[in-house]
Design a protein around this ligand. Structure first.
Ligand SMILES: [Zn+2]
Length: 47
């Protein structure tokens, strides 16, 4: 089974599920990222 990466929209077999929050921090949703986008997302969290 493959997933569509939320950022680059490419199919990935090693999906990383992340939780995104809206500006209020209340509502959230699950998104799937590929390896590369997941690494970049982790880096962006650390600033
Ligand atoms: Zn990606």
């Amino acid at each position: 089974m493959t997933y569509d990466c939320h950022y680059c929209e490419q199919e990935t077999e090693s999906a990383h599920t992340i939780t995104l929050y809206d500006k209020t921090g209340v509502e959230d949703r699950l998104e799937v990222l590929c390896d590369n986008c997941y690494e970049e997302w982790l880096l962006s969290l650390r600033g």
